[in-house]
Design a binder for this molecule. Structure first.
Ligand SMILES: N[C@@H]1[C@@H](O)[C@H](O)[C@@H](COP(=O)(O)O)O[C@@H]1O
Length: 254
């Protein structure tokens, strides 16, 4: 995995946005894999800015989001569909029918998950997958214990994830306890991954992802099995890395 250390969240957001822009410039039909959470908000903001400044055309692009809460309708303010509309889709010219987010409120989750995997396959696979990382090392909503063979499915959220996400809801009781999430195998099947982590709260998860053995106990460590991963971290998120890992990198912060 390639490690890029930047000085702060602003630089992390800019770098990630630049990667997405170069992807769509090189291939207007880019299939994006997109993430939610607090971390990529800055990246989306930068992406919108760059797209407006350089008239970047997303009219042939498509996107697949990692996950959605079970039980929330797409119009619920805390649904990941709403998040994506507000933070990105309403501001670029990607066709609405080509932005896929798993349905969280369907009556047949099994069919929805199979349909989602099939839609990714029919699109030709994901060209560039953006990921954040949970404090417990989850990616998407693949909690510890998720197998490297897992595909899109309904997952049970851990108490720590529910607590971490409670900040977006009025109270912790309102946080859904399940989600539909792309699996580890789905993520490993993407062509390129860019994982973003900011702040000291993520430092231990980042260390285990990069320095630990690949294990389902830390789902992000399974990215070591992927041939093309760029991890962009700021100084806080890099603070627990050992010098041997750091020695292999060129800090890009000034
Ligand atoms: N499903 C999302 C993940 O995709 C995200 O990476 C993680 C970290 O979120 P944050 O970036 O807010 O720390 O939280 C959620 O659980």
């Amino acid at each position: 995995m390639k490690l890029v250390i930047v000085k702060d969240y602003a630089e992390l957001s800019r770098k990630a946005a630049e990667m997405l822009v170069s992807e769509v410039k090189a291939n207007p039909k880019t299939v994006f894999g997109l993430a939610t959470g607090g971390t990529p908000v800055g990246m989306y903001r930068e992406l919108i800015k760059l797209s407006q400044a350089e008239s970047i055309d997303f009219s042939q692009a498509s996107s697949f989001n990692l996950d959605e809460y079970v039980g929330l309708s797409s119009t619920h303010p805390q649904s990941y569909r709403s998040y994506m509309q507000e933070n990105l889709f309403n501001h670029i010219n990607i066709p609405a029918e080509k932005t896929y987010v798993p349905a969280g409120n369907t009556t047949d989750h099994l069919a929805e998950c199979a349909r989602y995997e099939e839609a990714i396959r029919l699109a030709g696979g994901i060209d560039i997958q953006v990921l954040g990382i949970g404090n417990n090392g989850h990616i998407g909503f693949n909690e510890p214990g998720s197998s490297a063979e897992s595909l899109t499915r309904v997952v049970q959220l851990t108490d720590s994830t529910i607590e971490a996400n409670a900040r977006y809801f009025d109270s912790v009781d309102q946080v859904p306890t399940q989600a539909v999430s792309m699996g580890i195998k789905t993520i490993l099947g993407t062509k390129k991954v860019v994982l973003l982590a900011s702040g000291e709260a993520k430092a231990e998860a980042v260390r285990l992802m990069l320095e630990g053995e690949p294990t389902a106990d830390v789902p992000a460590s399974l990215l070591q099995l992927h041939p093309n991963v760029t991890v962009i971290v700021d100084h806080g998120a890099a603070s627990k890395l050992t010098t041997s890992v750091l020695a292999g990198t060129k800090p890009s912060g000034s």
